[in-house]
Design a protein around this ligand. Structure first.
Ligand code: PMP
Length: 366
């Protein structure tokens, strides 16, 4: 045996060394998962049919995304060169930041918002500039406009936003894109189906706008990992240089046309969630739990100092919810995904018990 001296391993870039590891919580199989904003039922049966027809031969070949991209483009009334399929919106964010952010640039981020913008920006050499929303969690429009500088290179906006459920008005999106023509405005429409308003038509007139969509939420195929980047043909060309040509696998690609075709399934699911949201809001109000208005398939609620105990007790009752207390401005807040009415009635029952117990315990303490 050769005697190889044990030398210290090379270290990654300083920015990477400074990053925290991101570990999403694990879910127990039997629980009602209201902690990831997923579809809580299933995808369209048409997608399952495609899955069951996948052969070994289909798996031997490298995936080819072009024809599916063309179908997605048609569905969005865009040209094929304007659409890139990605490994979820997460990869879309990563690819956009890799293509556009460099040293000396600023990423402008209203907070609280989706965690992965900060994670992916942290691995670039750009600075992250955050704009805190007020206590009402409305989109901090004026403060964001004022925070635009000549160094602003990307502005990342989720519409509707997570974890708050708040929205950005169309005139505000236009004004931001016009105020920062030197920056890419990433408008993340992951929860579009629950809100119903899109800015995708603005791609024709705003050359700095990029829109992201996902199949992970309303479509119910988060496990397949498929997202969409929609942009001007020019911006799409830059991002295609950065993305792996094979990051969307062939099983996922095979399923997308079926998912797109079953509009009725999608509409039914969205309608069900919206009805469940209204009912669940009433349940929260009856318990005097503070909540923020939401245009998405989740609601942010204020639980207070006992948020950890609350999440644990809900979990013990078979309902997983997400503690968002560590998000900026969100002390004591918990996010609850909205599923079907039947699921949310079950969730409301558990919620009732948990809150009553916590209030009784508090009274006993006093
Ligand atoms: N954007 C937002 C605002 C989200 O909340 C999420 C999912 N939690 C994503 C993007 C990620 O979507 P995907 O599963 O397509 O990566």
């Amino acid at each position: 045996m050769v005697d190889i001296p044990n030398r210290p391993a090379p270290k990654p870039r300083a920015r990477v060394q400074a990053m925290k590891e991101y570990h999403p919580p694990l879910g127990s199989r039997d629980s009602l998962r209201l902690d990831f904003n997923e579809n809580t039922v299933a995808c369209s049966p048409a997608v399952r049919d495609v899955l069951s027809g996948i052969s070994a031969g289909d798996l031997t070949r490298y995936p080819e995304r072009e024809s599916v991209e063309a179908q997605v483009a048609r569905n969005l009334e865009l040209n094929p060169e304007q659409v890139i399929l990605t490994n979820g919106v997460d990869e879309a964010i990563h690819v956009l930041f890799q293509a556009f952010l460099e040293e000396g640039n600023e990423l402008l981020l209203p907070v609280p918002t989706y965690t992965m913008y900060e994670v992916y920006a942290s691995s670039t050499d750009a600075q992250i500039v955050t704009v805190q929303a007020a206590k009402d969690f409305k989109f901090p429009y004026q403060a964001l406009l004022e925070a635009i500088t000549p160094q602003t290179k990307v502005i990342a906006l989720a519409n509707p936003n997570s974890p708050t459920g708040s929205i950005i008005r169309r005139d505000q999106i236009i004004a931001i894109a016009e105020r920062a023509p030197h920056a890419i405005v990433l408008l993340d429409e992951a929860y579009f189906h629950f809100y119903g308003e899109t800015a995708i038509d603005l791609l024709a007139s705003l050359s700095n706008l990029v829109i992201a969509r996902t199949f992970s939420k309303a479509y119910g195929v988060a496990g397949l990992r498929v997202g969409i980047l929609a942009a001007s043909a020019e911006n799409a060309r830059w991002m295609r240089r950065v993305i792996s040509p094979y990051s969307v696998n062939s099983v996922a690609l095979a399923c997308i046309p079926a998912a797109l075709a079953d509009r009725a399934y999608l509409d039914r699911y969205v309608e069900e969630v919206l009805a469940a949201r209204t009912e669940f809001e009433a349940a929260l109000d009856a318990l005097s739990i503070r909540r923020w208005p939401s245009e998405a398939n989740f609601i942010l609620v204020h639980i207070g100092g006992k948020h950890r105990e609350f999440v644990q007790a809900m979990n013990a009752g078979g309902v997983l919810v997400r503690d968002r207390s560590n998000d900026p401005g969100c002390a004591g807040c918990v996010r609850i995904t909205i599923g079907t009415r039947e699921q949310m009635r079950r969730a409301a029952m558990v919620l009732n018990n948990v809150v009553s117990h916590m209030r009784e315990a508090k009274e006993a303490e006093a």
